[in-house]
Design a protein around this ligand. Structure first.
Ligand SMILES: C[S@@+](CC[C@H](N)C(=O)[O-])C[C@H]1O[C@@H](n2cnc3c(N)ncnc32)[C@H](O)[C@@H]1O
Length: 402
């Protein structure tokens, strides 16, 4: 197949640049993607090897080292004054000659800058200095990366097949465990806390399903809310420690009814100052019947993608008896994989699923199938440009009259 001419990519970059300056939705992500098209059109194999197998692995290893010695925080705190190599060495305890090489690589990879003898933070390194990104780096480096590194050996040994079970996948091989991923997280501190930080961080900076222009919360949830039916507006099933519900309430401070967060008992028990939260917390195992009946909506954010179809159907079947016909909505906030234009955000999450849960991201046809198997009906998919996850709305299927 003929390669895309560089001139055509440059023209599209110029057009996307104008959209970006005009603050158009999705234009930033389009520009990044076109930047990748440009690199793919220009890079020769030796450069590809160098970037993918030396430069990027060394970069992520240095990020983990930076977490250990608080490198990004020291650079952030120095602000516009920057820090000399010897000051960074004093603050981090890393030997100067080793540090110099690490800092040069971070500079070459554009994570820090260097001028007039000093190193400076960037917007990106300042972002990574935040606690939730520091914990995410720990999770990605210590938990996810060994699973990916083990792919070739694991698949060679299992005959190049999709892992059949959520207890015998690449994650278990890498971490020498026979526990399912979520059980291992609970049993292996501090990875549960790191994973929760990762969940709140990996999509941060992107619009959420309840933000303007995404899912129409007012029209679909607030209008038609019946306080007499049930006091509950929204239940976040498997909502972690509530990062979604905190932001939902902040975005919709005038919302009617109650908002409830549900997750497994150890997760709910680990939430600090529950009484101060603007929502209720409830321990609930979604493999048991949903205890809150007749809420206006039940949101399941990145839940079904963790499970195979059989278990996904079970989760929905446990929700089904709680739904009020013609009133309760089920909102699956999930990636809808495009076969024609798969994005890195979608396929890298698919790889995370393959590595840790032995499951997959789903296409729209897959979503329809799982929803219908559970006896619900597929209503509509809501999307937002540049955002990987869509909202798939479902409801109780109409029972046909005899
Ligand atoms: C991928 S995380 C998604 C968290 C949150 N909804 C989000 O999108 O950030 C999956 C969540 O499902 C929860 N979970 C796993 N098994 C569960 C179960 N049997 N019952 C309830 N929650 C469960 C985990 O504790 C975790 O918080």
């Amino acid at each position: 197949m003929a390669a895309t001419p560089v001139s055509s990519i440059l023209e599209r970059i110029a057009a996307a640049g104008k959209s970006y300056e005009g603050d158009e939705r999705g234009s930033r992500e389009t520009l990044i993607d076109l930047g990748r098209d440009l690199v793919a059109a220009l890079e020769i194999p030796s450069e590809f090897l160098q970037r993918s197998f030396w430069a990027e692995p060394a970069l992520s290893a240095h990020c983990k080292l930076a977490v250990n010695v608080k490198l990004f925080q020291h650079l952030r705190d120095a602000g516009d004054a920057g820090l000399s190599l010897s000051s960074v060495a004093d603050k981090t305890g890393v030997e100067t000659s080793l540090l110099q090489r690490i800092m040069h690589h971070l500079n070459a990879m554009k994570l820090v800058t260097f001028s007039n003898g000093n190193f400076y933070a960037t917007t990106l390194s300042n972002g990574l200095a935040e606690e939730r990104y520091q914990q995410s780096i720990d999770f990605c480096y210590d938990v996810a990366r060994p699973s990916f590194n083990g792919f070739p050996k694991f698949f060679k040994e299992n005959g190049y097949k999709t892992p059949a079970d959520l207890r015998t996948g690449p994650f278990q091989a890498a971490h020498k465990s026979d526990l399912a991923f979520f059980d291992w997280l609970v049993a292996t501190p501090p990875h549960l806390a790191e994973f929760d930080a990762f969940m709140s961080a990996y999509r941060a900076g992107k619009p959420n399903w309840y933000d303007p222009g995404f899912y129409p919360v007012t029209e679909r949830l607030v209008e038609g809310f019946e306080p007499n039916n049930n006091e509950v507006l929204l239940v976040d099933v498997g909502g972690g420690r509530g990062h979604d519900m905190s932001m939902f309430v902040a975005q919709h401070p005038q919302h009617p009814g109650k908002v409830v967060l549900q997750d497994r008992e150890p997760v709910v028990a680990s939430i600090a100052d529950k009484e101060r939260l603007p929502f209720e917390c409830q321990a609930h195992d979604f493999y048991t019947p949903e205890p809150i009946k007749g809420a206006r909506a039940y949101s399941l954010h990145s839940i079904l993608h963790d499970w195979d179809d059989e278990r996904g159907v079970k989760i929905l079947e446990n929700l089904k008896p709680a739904l009020t016909p013609g009133y309760s909505r089920v909102l699956l906030n999930e990636i809808v994989l495009s076969e024609e234009h798969p994005t890195i955000a979608a396929t890298s999450m698919d790889m995370m699923m393959l590595a840790h849960m032995s499951v997959r991201e789903r296409t729209e046809a897959d979503w329809k199938e799982i929803i219908e198997k559970a006896g619900l009906s597929f209503v509509k998919v809501y999307t937002y440009p540049g955002v990987a996850e869509s909202v798939i709305e479902a409801e109780l299927a109409e029972v046909s009259q005899p």
